[in-house]
Design a protein around this ligand. Structure first.
Ligand SMILES: Cc1cc2nc3c(=O)[nH]c(=O)nc-3n(C[C@H](O)[C@H](O)[C@H](O)COP(=O)(O)OP(=O)(O)OC[C@H]3O[C@@H](n4cnc5c(N)ncnc54)[C@H](O)[C@@H]3O)c2cc1C
Ligand code: FES
Length: 276
């Protein structure tokens, strides 16, 4: 696992200059941040992102590593810290500690079909994985993305869907509630299994979204015949240190920050504190 940390002292953040801010939906923005250092990371890892005086929050990487140290972070305005970050403008700086966590196991998808299941902001950590599969398209079979949001207006990275499809990814979008302009599917993302033209028994799934969606998706995929070690999800929890010291993210036998945030269904299915 690559773990090229931003700083020797894990509690001292590296400074990142905001280069570009893109409004993706009413409450979600994409921040392009230049660190000036080449940082290596894998999809599914996260950074502790801070703004002086506001606090620090875990945010997944939404991009693949760049030689110039530019990192993209897709952030939903939720509360105190994320609102403070949303109030920033280009050229202002934020703090970054990381990359932390284990990241998605990508090797297990070699030669297999892939089903990605995203709900809401859960598309953010899956975006670099999509980019990785596009880059290494010869190494995986058919890739399908099922992505659900509450309303069509809340679909994040909608502008990129065409590019993903052109690169060979089958994308199926759904909204819990449709609108006059929406001609896509209406309903929960877990209602889209019939759209997946793949043999579940030999495929690999990567899931990220709200807890209720993760739970339903993992169980459905298991009953559709996917082996439990091939059903991969990310889990969320409140975090303070990100490095296994403070105990804030402790759940049953695992620390979400260091043992996760990515787990297989096999690892978590018998632990009530871990299973969402
Ligand atoms: C590993 C990991 C990766 C994440 N990646 C992203 C990402 O890429 N983009 C993104 O927008 N968000 C991401 N989050 C969630 C993000 O960290 C929280 O939204 C953020 O901590 C909220 O902080 P705040 O100070 O703005 O809100 P607060 O004022 O602390 O809280 C606002 C509300 O959100 C709830 N909340 C806070 N943190 C969490 C959490 N971790 N899980 C569930 N509910 C929470 C609080 O209970 C409260 O109801 C990630 C979380 C984890 C653990
Ligand atoms: S966030 Fe401190 S132990 Fe995980």
């Amino acid at each position: 696992m690559k773990n090229n940390r931003t700083n020797e002292n894990v509690y001292i953040p590296l400074s990142g200059k905001i280069e570009e801010i893109t409004e993706l939906t009413g409450d979600v923005r994409l921040f392009k941040v230049k660190t000036g250092a080449s940082i290596d990371y894998v999809p599914g890892q996260f950074f502790m992102v801070s703004f002086w005086g506001a606090g620090e929050v875990p945010i997944s990487v939404a991009s693949l590593p760049e030689k110039n140290g530019t990192i993209e972070l897709c952030i939903r305005k939720t509360g105190v810290v994320t609102s403070a970050i949303h109030s920033l403008e280009t050229r202002q700086t934020i703090g970054l500690r990381g990359p932390y966590g284990n990241g998605f196991p990508i090797d297990i998808s070699k030669g297999r079909d892939v089903v990605m299941v995203a709900g809401g902001i859960g598309i953010a950590p899956l975006r670099p994985l999509i980019k990785q599969f596009i880059k290494n398209h010869n190494e995986v079979g058919k890739v399908t993305l099922l992505y659900g949001s509450r309303t069509p207006d809340e679909i994040i990275f909608r502008d990129e869907v065409e590019e993903w499809e052109k690169a060979g990814i089958t994308v199926v979008l759904t909204a819990d509630k449709g609108s006059d302009k929406w001609n896509g599917s209406v309903g929960l993302v877990t209602g889209l299994w019939p759209e997946v033209r793949t043999g579940f028994k030999r495929a690999v799934a990567y899931i990220c979204g709200p807890e209720v969606m993760i739970k339903a998706a993992m169980r459905d995929l298991f009953f559709l015949g996917m082996p439990d070690e091939k059903i991969i999800t990310t889990l969320e929890s409140h975090m303070k240190c990100g490095v296994g010291k403070c105990g804030h993210c402790y759940a049953g036998p695992k620390y979400i920050c260091t043992d996760g945030p990515v787990f297989s269904y096999r690892e978590i299915k018998n632990h009530s504190m871990l299973i969402p």
